[in-house]
Design a protein around this ligand. Structure first.
Ligand code: PXP
Length: 244
């Protein structure tokens, strides 16, 4: 049994609240520092092409404010890769991005876009930045990612988190487990995230071989009621209890 899962705290939605008014408050890098102090192992942010939450100034400020690694989520195109090269985060997670979507609705279709993705991600695979791909737990997507030479996958837990009944939830969980087992055989590290909260995180955390979870929206929302530090501490405890 593993004994640790890294918790990446996604602070995008601190910026969403800031952007609702413009200006500087709430201060995104202050949230990053508080998350670090409360036990986050990394800070995750998604710099979107439309900059609806984090922007380049935030990226710079966060990098200066924290000692823990920064995980940068970006769309798979050359413009966003040039931003990653400029800011040199610890890791980059390629995610699909559509302007009209409210949030990242599904995983990257690596299987159908392998040649294009190869051109885009190769410069980062050759750098010190750890590269991961955000995919749905499907075998064809995993194999295609492996063929690209990627050593880390973040599995999209949205279908599991949004399942409307227990049967569907357990069937999504089964898919996730099978894919993560296969990832291990391919020597690929498995991360997971999207839609995780206090209630649904344990079943994901207890899957053997998951080494990192990235959680954002729930934590920032819950922080309104209990404070960001308290909700991170509580999430950590739930994850730790799940892997005991
Ligand atoms: N991981 C990735 C790759 C994401 O794009 C997101 C945000 O959609 C998350 C994790 C966190 O999801 P949530 O905000 O639902 O916790």
């Amino acid at each position: 049994m593993k004994n640790y899962i890294r918790l990446g705290v996604n602070i995008d939605h601190v910026a969403t609240i800031r952007n609702a008014r413009g200006g500087f408050l709430p201060d995104v890098s202050r949230a990053a520092q508080l998350a670090e102090k409360a036990g986050a192992d990394l800070i995750t942010v998604h710099i979107r092409e439309d900059r609806r939450h984090i922007n380049e100034i935030d990226l710079q400020n966060i990098l200066e404010a924290i000692k823990i690694p920064l995980n940068l989520e970006i769309a798979a195109n050359e413009k966003m890769v040039s931003i990653a090269k400029k800011f040199k985060p610890h890791s980059v997670c390629f995610v699909p991005e559509k302007r009209q979507e409210v949030t990242t609705e599904g995983g990257l279709d690596v299987y159908s876009n392998i040649e294009n993705l190869k051109k885009i991600i190769n410069p980062l695979l050759d750098s010190d930045i750890n590269v991961s791909l955000f995919i749905d737990p499907y075998e064809n997507q995993l194999i295609a990612s492996h063929n690209l030479g990627v050593k880390t996958i973040e599995f999209h837990t949205g279908s599991y988190a949004n399942a409307i009944n227990n049967k569907d939830k357990l069937s999504e969980l089964k898919k996730m487990k099978e894919c993560i087992l296969q990832a291990q055989k391919l020597k690929i590290a498995s991360h997971a995230g999207h839609g995780l909260n206090y209630e649904n995180v344990s079943l994901i955390a207890s899957i053997p071989n998951i080494v990192e979870l990235n959680i954002g929206h729930f934590l920032i929302g819950e922080a309104i009621f209990h404070g960001l530090d308290n909700v991170i501490i509580k999430m950590r405890k739930i994850i730790e209890d799940a892997i005991k």
